[in-house]
Design a protein around this ligand. Structure first.
Ligand SMILES: C[S@@+](CC[C@H](N)C(=O)[O-])C[C@H]1O[C@@H](n2cnc3c(N)ncnc32)[C@H](O)[C@@H]1O
Length: 278
């Protein structure tokens, strides 16, 4: 009971704090709601996973209502300004960035298991943002914030150099065709940018179920001079990364999963001139 009261108080404080210090991301909620009204049916399959008991129409209404209520509480608008995590979270606990959280199953479990860390999830996918908001609300989680925007721009413009304790990139889109490999997230220039945002000693943890992408990740991460591999090659799955339903099914079918964990060394953070789009 004492535990429940403590969680409730933390949750209410987090809400009050956010209302105080954040400008309402009005334009974000309006944009997402408009997009769901216009395109909602295309994503209803994924939304159905988050709201399995609801019919199509109810589903859309419920999601729109949830987004309108929850986005201003737990999401931060993208802006070309360095984020102040202590203002956003109300404390200066270590900050972990997660890129592409999908439906947020892993994000939720890790954030609940690590209450003394803060988690900033970046995702572009409406249904995923809706699903993670629902998880935050249902479970009264106070250490997750969401930015719905391209992660490359978020890292470039909002994350201060040498400020992150960790980075999670789990099962990024594999782009299996060779001619599409250039679209993969884990590429040298982006890893260099990401590494510059890690504190010395901070970690980057990637996981994939595509062997060929795992090989690319190992090559790219090993070639980054500011990073050191914590293992000889691939790492065993650390206890804090839970097995998702999707991964469990793959493992039962005999598919492989590869984890990679590298840490940042303490050479000075380079100045990077990452190009901005016109
Ligand atoms: C294959 S899913 C994996 C989702 C989740 N991490 C998991 O393990 O189930 C990859 C996710 O990355 C997101 N994503 C891809 N590129 C992104 C980018 N540049 N910025 C933010 N999210 C991105 C996609 O929308 C998608 O939800």
């Amino acid at each position: 009971m004492v535990g429940e009261v403590r969680i409730l108080v933390t949750f209410q404080r987090a809400q009050e704090r956010l209302k105080e210090v954040l400008e309402m991301p009005e334009q974000d909620s309006t944009r997402v709601i408009r997009s769901l009204k216009e395109n909602g049916w295309h994503v209803s399959g994924k939304l159905k996973q988050a709201y399995p008991q609801l019919e199509k129409q109810e589903l859309a209404e419920r999601v729109v209502e949830a987004l309108a209520r929850l986005l201003p509480l737990w999401s931060i608008s993208y802006r070309d300004n360095i984020l102040k995590p202590e203002t956003v979270f109300g404390n200066d606990n270590p900050l972990i960035l997660e890129i592409g959280f999908g439906m947020g199953e892993t994000t939720q479990k890790i954030a609940q298991a690590r209450p003394d860390d803060n988690f900033l999830g970046v995702e572009v996918f409406n249904a995923g943002v809706g699903a993670l908001l629902k998880r935050i609300d249902d479970n009264q989680i106070s250490n997750i914030r969401i930015i719905q925007h391209d992660a490359v721009e978020v890292v470039r413009d909002m994350i201060a150099p040498a400020s992150l304790a960790g980075i999670h990139i789990y099962f990024p889109d594999p782009w299996p065709k060779k001619r599409h490999h250039k679209r993969r997230l884990v590429q040298s220039p982006f890893i260099q940018l990401l590494t510059s945002r890690l504190k010395p000693g901070g970690y980057i943890h990637c996981a994939t179920d595509w062997e060929n992408y795992a090989e690319q990740m190992l090559e790219v991460l090993s070639a980054e001079p500011m990073l050191s591999n914590t293992h000889d090659g691939y790492a065993p799955r650390p206890d804090f990364r839970p097995l998702t339903k999707f991964e469990n099914r793959g493992l039962r079918l005999g598919h492989g999963v590869w984890d990679l964990i590298f840490t940042r060394n303490d050479t000075p953070t380079p100045e990077l001139n990452w190009p901005k789009k016109e």
